[in-house]
Write a protein that binds this ligand. Structure first.
Ligand code: PLP
Length: 496
């Protein structure tokens, strides 16, 4: 039976999985959600014997029902290959009584690779299925991580081009170097004189520019988005929770059916929503522990039922979680509203006009499986330091937020269920913050000295992604004003 996708804001809209992937966002501004969550009707003993790729097929075929077996297997094979530095793809590491699910073994050493390495293949397959003849042009504004992961995913994928805009002075030196050294004939990286919000606004403007759209179409192009609200990014993220559970079971850590907790360092609410979907497929998950940094909108939401983005934006050492509007939360709101698109649309309208909304007590009751927590900057750093001193295991700043919140949760509740912590970035991606947390003395070293020192003290090899940029040539040196963004795009596509 075909699983359809509905918009969270329009009760009448129904599209197939491939159409939802192609469109990204529904026309009414809503997000696509599966009309029901398919059951994980596979025996755990069978899952325990599966590779990551086999698990991916088992889970994803339930959601992407209009993809043929051959198509989906091709997408999975093309994504989870030797771009990952371990055959396990997402290994589990035990440290201090928790199980770290390392989601950073892909091309750009952050968890965005888990979805962005497969999205280009899902997208080009979806385009073929829907008789789209145009070349797909991915347009992205980035504050650092997403841009590089999208570039790596789309580079040299036939039938696609990718253009990334980043704030020239708003990303870390390692992040910038990762982007401007990107290879691939179909890639373009552009720094703008402006901040991330301006880059984002500029991109959104181009998406809704009808005249540009028409000229693109005449030249054989159309825009698409690799944004985290695309269902083609959410579905691949469900896989690793199933895989992690199956590994724990296969290794004798848990009994069949034993419930585990999952802790996720959260920003846009995509990663933890994938865990929620896994739970609703039937995976034995008890608590979903949602960890925030000092931008603790979600903690406040889970503790009060009020979502309120009207507050000061804090720059933290876990920048990929510095977010005040968690876009994917809308999918959970729709769910707890009983799939009521009108009710959800009303709340989202309130969010866009007043920056806040409040859910009803009935809706709140359905959030019992979630636990919200947050850490302050000192606590995040202390978590990195103490974990390293006690075990030798080095985690990044985002993962440390989750580890800190989990510790507090355990103390507060006494819950000793086995717990998986989503480890979302390699410590090498945020070397300076990580090393400073371990010892303030490190601050005088250069970025690459820190990389080597981290490798030494953590006894881990420097990841390929970092080695590559050490001496890599700068390929992209375009810098433009915010107003010039459309011109740069037109020039790249040869339609000016
Ligand atoms: C994007 C990101 C997050 C947040 O994930 P969401 O799905 O947006 O909640 C956490 N950690 C790292 C390293 C990330 O890049």
């Amino acid at each position: 039976m075909e699983l359809m996708y509905a918009s969270t804001r329009d009760a009448d809209e129904r599209v197939t999985a491939s159409q939802a992937i192609l469109r990204g966002l529904a026309n009414d501004g809503g997000l696509y959600v599966p009309t029901e969550i398919p059951a994980l009707d596979v025996d755990m003993d069978e899952l325990a014997g599966m590779s990551y790729q086999e698990t991916a097929y088992t889970v994803m075929k339930k959601f992407l029902t209009d993809f043929t077996e051959e198509e989906l297997k091709h997408c999975i094979r093309s994504a989870y290959d030797d771009k990952f530095d371990t055959e396990e793809i997402a290994p589990l590491v035990e440290a201090r009584g928790a199980y770290y699910l390392e989601l950073f073994h892909g091309a750009t050493i952050a968890f965005k690779d888990m979805a962005l390495s497969i999205l280009p293949h899902l997208l080009t397959t979806a385009a073929k299925k829907n008789q789209v003849k145009n070349e797909i042009v991915i347009l992205t504004a980035t504050s650092g991580d997403t841009g590089k992961a999208a570039l790596a995913g789309f580079a040299d994928v036939p039938g696609t081009r990718i253009i990334v805009f980043y704030p020239k002075n708003g990303v870390s030196p390692i992040q910038e170097k990762q982007m401007v050294t990107q290879k691939g004939e179909n890639t373009l990286v552009v720094g703008i004189h402006g901040n991330f919000d301006q880059a984002q606004t500029g991109v959104k403007k181009m998406f809704s520019d009808a005249e540009l759209k028409k000229r693109m179409d005449e030249a054989g192009y159309q825009f698409s988005s690799a944004n985290s609200i695309n269902i083609g990014r959410l579905v691949p993220q469900i896989v690793y929770y199933v895989y992690a559970y199956a590994r724990l079971y296969a290794n004798g850590v848990i009994a069949k059916g034993e419930k585990i907790n999952v802790t996720v360092p959260t920003g846009n609410f995509g990663n933890i929503l994938a865990a929620f979907y896994a739970k609703n497929m039937g995976l034995p998950i008890a608590k979903l522990i949602c960890a925030s940094n000092e931008n603790k909108v979600l903690y406040d939401f889970f503790t009060t039922g009020n979502y309120d983005k009207n507050r000061e934006f804090v720059l933290t050492s876990s920048p990929s979680m510095d977010i005040l509007i968690s876009s994917n939360l809308e999918r959970l709101i729709y769910w707890i509203a009983g799939n009521d698109a009108a009710k959800n649309a009303e709340l989202m309208q309130s969010l866009s006009t007043s920056g806040k909304y409040e859910i009803s007590p009935q809706m709140r009751e359905q959030l019992n499986d979630f636990y919200g927590g947050y850490t302050k900057e000192e606590e995040t750093a202390e978590t990195i330091r103490s974990l390293y001193k006690e075990t030798g295991y080095v985690i990044d700043t985002h993962t440390a937020v989750a580890a800190g919140v989990y510790q507090n949760y355990k103390k507060e509740t006494g819950d000793i269920a086995k717990t998986v912590i989503a480890s979302t970035a390699s410590p090498f991606k945020f070397t300076r913050s990580v090393m400073n947390a371990i010892d303030g003395e490190y601050d005088r070293m250069t970025d690459f000295e820190l990389v080597d020192e981290l490798s030494r003290i953590g006894t881990v090899k420097v990841p390929q992604a970092i080695e590559e940029i050490r001496n890599a040539k700068v390929i992209h040196d375009t810098v433009c004003e915010v107003e010039e963004m459309p011109l740069v795009v037109e020039k790249f596509l040869g339609i000016e």
